[in-house]
Design a binder for this molecule. Structure first.
Ligand code: SAH
Length: 542
């Protein structure tokens, strides 16, 4: 039996979705952070539960062929790059397999995930950084990232995933806060002012936004802040204060004060201009986003006759990127600033066939369904928790041909696809898009298509080409009588056969013994009619 503090030799055979390696020791799963599939390790056991154990690496006895040296000094402490010690080609395999496994195991879906899409740029790809600010016990300012599963700040101002220019901005804010006497927020006693430094850079236009999240209404020496920032980085076009006085894990408050320049930045994505406010969601990897959106557009198969409903539309980016190929785009988003951006973005790009609504996706979808809106395609791009049952029900009620579901969490995606499957929507295609290299995160886009209850092929039939009389020659009356007697044990007359044939429209002449002066013509009983029908089907006459 495995015990705490045991030292064991472990071969790593799998990875969890959180990036920990897994091996088996005496049939018990042992999880080891920082392990790679194929590693042979000496592991120190730190926790034993009834069905699993947790260990830490003592020593790498034989490294996996996928293991590479990490090029970041904080990658083992910070919660960001869980895959920095794994070759990128292996990371892509792991991510594709992770999506495949989720769809199969959680969703019970029979779909093969397509080749993973990646821009192959694994550093400096993020256009956004959200850096918590705090103090250590020596009174030094910490600016960086939270450690894994913790609120302890790991100091890191030059994160490899972010633009290199962000480092100078972070240092400038730190200097300014010291000069201006703006205190640093403490997570423990909830006192202090500066909580987060939130930076965004539009890669295409080079515009940079600096947003300080503060635990007060405003701050001192705002002009000095702007002056120092512009000296440090001349691409800064917007300096904003975001007020967040709540004791929560949510980084941004609802209120903003623009200290300098514009209250948004503009970027170019998919050939369109997008205006983005600090509170609006904007994908963090724009080059990866273009791969994602073009696959979503491919799955949507839209044309100028199609109406597209874009639920969870953010600043309207997905829908607007499809607007030139669609009849109409209708977007729904819950954050008012993002909806304002979406409307402005349509105007900026002279797009006239797009409408946006500020609403909860579920409420809006129910309302649209009640109003009888029948979009041809519905795009879903919810937050990690996925769609609520209400949203799925309302989507199904609108009866779209296709649903294109974009997700940053393949587990909730798989769960929702399973629900869609029970309502007649089959997951037909799936693609993983690596928007977040070196981290465990991965985006997925799937196509759900309506499954008809009886699969059939529609064939256009020109009746003039069909030789109806030829059907009559297929079997003689005697052959039909013999078949019915043998198969159904029933004797049928020529009269009955001709009556059934007449009903099916495969003889033009009237029943021969029906006429003036004749007694009442007997009608073929139901049971015999069914037996004759069976014979006609058997001889392919109907
Ligand atoms: N499709 C956009 C945004 C996706 S992120 C893009 O690609 O950029 C998910 C979006 O859903 C966010 O903008 C978030 O504000 C919004 N959202 C979250 N909960 C929502 C809800 N209940 N109803 C509508 N929108 C919601």
């Amino acid at each position: 039996m495995l015990k705490k503090n045991d030292d064991i030799v472990l071969e790593i055979t799998g990875l969890t979705s959180m990036g920990s390696g897994v091996g088996h020791f005496e049939k018990m799963a042992v999880f080891v952070e920082g392990a790679v599939i194929g590693d042979k390790l000496s592991v120190h056991i730190i926790k034993v539960k009834s069905s699993y154990a947790v260990g830490i690496i003592n020593k790498i006895i034989k490294p996996s062929k996928h293991r590479i040296p990490s090029d970041c000094v904080v990658s083992e402490k910070c919660g960001g790059c869980s895959y920095r010690h794994i070759s990128y080609s292996h990371e892509l395999e792991i991510k594709k397999q992770g999506v495949q496994d989720a769809l199969q195991r959680i969703g019970g879906l029979d779909v093969e995930v397509e080749e993973i899409l990646s821009i192959e740029k694994i550093n400096n790809y993020r256009n956004k950084g959200q850096y918590p600010v705090g103090m250590n016990s020596l009174g030094q300012t910490l600016i960086g990232f939270y450690a894994k599963r913790s609120h302890r700040i790991v100091d890191c101002r030059n994160c490899a995933l972010a633009p290199a220019e962000f480092e100078a901005i972070l240092k400038t804010v730190e200097r300014w806060s010291a000069i201006a006497g703006v205190s640093i927020y403490s997570d423990e006693n909830k006192k202090g002012i500066l909580r987060h430094i939130y930076l965004r850079k539009a890669f295409a236009t080079k515009e940079t936004m600096v947003c300080l999240v503060i635990n007060s209404e405003t701050v001192a020496k705002k002009e000095l802040l702007t002056k120092m920032l512009l000296e440090a980085d001349e691409t800064i076009v917007s300096v904003i204060l975001n007020i967040n006085k709540k004791d929560t894990n949510v980084i941004l408050g609802e209120e903003c004060e623009t200290v300098f320049g514009k209250d948004y930045i503009e970027d170019i994505l998919c050939g369109l201009k997008f205006r983005i406010s600090p509170l609006s969601f904007y994908q963090v990897n724009p080059a990866g986003t273009q791969l994602l959106y073009s696959r979503a557009k491919q799955y949507a198969e839209i044309d100028k006759t199609k109406t597209v409903l874009d639920l969870y539309c953010g600043a309207g980016t997905i829908g607007l990127s499809m607007a030139d190929s669609a009849k109409e785009i209708i977007g729904v988003e819950i954050i008012p600033q993002a909806v304002e951006n979406a409307k402005e973005n349509a105007r900026l790009n002279n797009i006239e066939n797009a409408r946006f609504f500020c609403d909860d996706a579920s409420g809006a979808a129910k309302r649209f369904a009640c109003e009888g809106l029948k979009p041809d395609v519905i795009i879903l791009d919810p937050p990690r928790k996925g769609c609520s049952g209400d949203v799925i029900d309302a989507v199904v009620e609108m009866n779209p041909e296709r649903v294109v579901y974009v997700s940053c969490d393949s587990a909730t995606l798989a769960r929702d696809c399973k629900i869609f499957a029970s309502k007649g929507y089959k997951t037909v295609n799936a693609t993983a898009v690596d928007m977040f290299p070196r981290t465990t995160h991965c985006e997925t886009v799937v196509l759900l298509s309506q499954r008809r209850p009886d699969a059939h092929i529609d064939i256009k039939l020109d009746l003039s080409e069909v030789d109806v009389t030829a059907a009559e020659t297929k079997a003689t009356y005697q052959e039909i009588k013999d078949y019915v007697l043998e198969k159904h044990g029933l004797k049928v007359s020529t009269l009955y056969i001709s009556q059934v044939k007449a009903k099916c429209g495969i003889i033009e002449r009237e029943c021969y013994n029906k006429g003036e002066g004749k007694s009442r013509v007997p009608q073929c009983p139901k049971e015999k009619e069914e037996a004759i029908m069976d014979a006609l089907r058997h001889f392919r006459m109907v």
